[in-house]
Design a protein around this ligand. Structure first.
Ligand SMILES: [Fe+2]
Length: 204
């Protein structure tokens, strides 16, 4: 029996990201590379995670940005693109990475897709049960700016300045901070200290 390939091999993932960068160059690519590194470093200390898979999922979580400058519609675009390639686990991460709280109204900013796409995004999200990889990539998306690793709070401010905030932002931030605490407990370490340079910067 053939086991389905739900995540691309590292060379294919790199090719997909480079192709996306050619189509839509921007700081999102460097952000994705740091998310991938954060996911790898944390997975190396986590009892249930595969570091190589975690790295690939990080590289591809924002792949929906390949279609051009876009906002939250990249979530659906990445899901559809990776699903069409057969990489269903990478597609699921593209879908879930922004939803520490799995509710559409926690997205900050104006929806840049159609109303039908908004409904479809909600339906897809309702059908997913988050696993440890979903939670890992939700966290790692918060640990990386284009120029390096950051704290969850630093990233929350970065997103708020670009997308604004709404009535659900406090609930979302609480859930994001809980994710950090969960991974600290699961890894038995302050995960900031697994990211080169971050712990040192915080203690300086
Ligand atoms: Fe991201």
């Amino acid at each position: 029996m053939t086991v389905p390939v739900t995540v691309p091999d590292p060379a294919t993932a790199e090719k997909l990201l480079l192709e996306a960068e050619r189509l839509n160059p921007g700081p999102w690519v460097a952000h994705s590379r740091h998310v991938a590194l954060a996911a790898r470093y944390i997975a190396e200390r986590h009892p249930d995670l595969d570091p190589a898979r975690a790295h690939t999922l990080g590289l591809l979580h924002d792949l929906g940005r390949r279609s051009g400058p876009n906002k939250d519609r990249h979530i659906l675009g990445g899901y559809d693109y990776l699903t069409a390639l057969g990489f269903t686990d990478a597609a699921r991460i593209a879908l879930t990475h922004s939803f520490a709280v799995p509710e559409l109204d926690t997205l900050q900013g104006v929806w840049d897709g159609t109303p039908q796409e908004w409904t479809r995004l909600g339906d897809l999200l309702a059908g997913v049960r988050f696993d440890t990889e979903d939670r890992l990539l939700q966290l790692c998306d918060l640990l990386a700016l284009p120029d390096g690793f950051c704290t969850v709070q630093e990233r929350q401010i970065d997103v708020a300045l670009r997308y604004s905030v709404n009535a659900r932002s406090a609930a979302k931030w609480r859930a994001q901070l809980e994710l950090k605490q969960q991974f600290d407990a699961e890894c038995g370490v302050n995960i900031y200290c697994l990211l080169p340079g971050l712990c040192e910067r915080l203690l300086a």
